[in-house]
Design a protein around this ligand. Sequence first.
Ligand SMILES: NC(=O)c1ccc[n+]([C@@H]2O[C@H](COP(=O)([O-])OP(=O)(O)OC[C@H]3O[C@@H](n4cnc5c(N)ncnc54)[C@H](OP(=O)(O)O)[C@@H]3O)[C@@H](O)[C@H]2O)c1
Length: 191
Amino acid sequence: MAYLPAAWQGIERIRDERLMNPPLAAIVAVAENGVIGLDNRLPWHISSDLKHFKALTLGKPVIMGRKTFASLARPLPGRETIVVTRGADFAPPPSVFAAADVEAALQLAAQRAQALGADEILVAGGGEIFAALLDRLDRLYVTFVALAPPGDAFFPPIDGSKWREVRRENHAPGKGDEAAFAFAEYLRREL
Ligand SMILES: NC(=O)c1ccc[n+]([C@@H]2O[C@H](COP(=O)([O-])OP(=O)(O)OC[C@H]3O[C@@H](n4cnc5c(N)ncnc54)[C@H](OP(=O)(O)O)[C@@H]3O)[C@@H](O)[C@H]2O)c1
């Protein structure tokens, strides 16, 4: 770095720090009543949101709870998944890692982000894992789903004193979308 002008060295240092300690972002689809899941599945089918999830997570480490992992038809292709479980018998398939608690998951995710050159770590649920990591999150990618279905897994209301909305796009239902939805993004407010 010695040959770079001072300002560039600063930029390099910020980039290096970001790579060492990438921001933590939740990605969640939530109904009007806070529901995110029912009987270990999504209570809706919104193709556009599945595409949005893929676009935001590709190439990045994704942390999720064991129940959410069990709800997937197969491990997410093109992503490294870190499954949080207290179960010692969880046998991770290729590109999937097990972590015994959320601290271990965060450490492993930071290592994998560095190895992948990813600039962000995603937390993909479910309700227990969002609750455990909420205070550690830097960013929220939220899909607001215009439904209020019954459910047994929830995301808490977004507290405007802690989170600043920086983007919102409203969408009418397209092909394969069961309901209207909005993509929103929040950044944690500086204290
Ligand atoms: N709408 C959305 O965006 C979205 C996203 C993700 C999931 N979901 C839905 O959410 C539901 C699943 O959420 P959930 O809250 O029931 O389960 P979850 O958070 O996916 O997983 C819970 C499991 O994670 C492990 N775990 C949780 N906290 C832990 C800790 N501190 N240390 C170690 N392990 C820990 C435990 O696994 P063990 O029992 O193996 O120890 C626990 O049973 C499903 O309906 C799913 O479809 C919705």
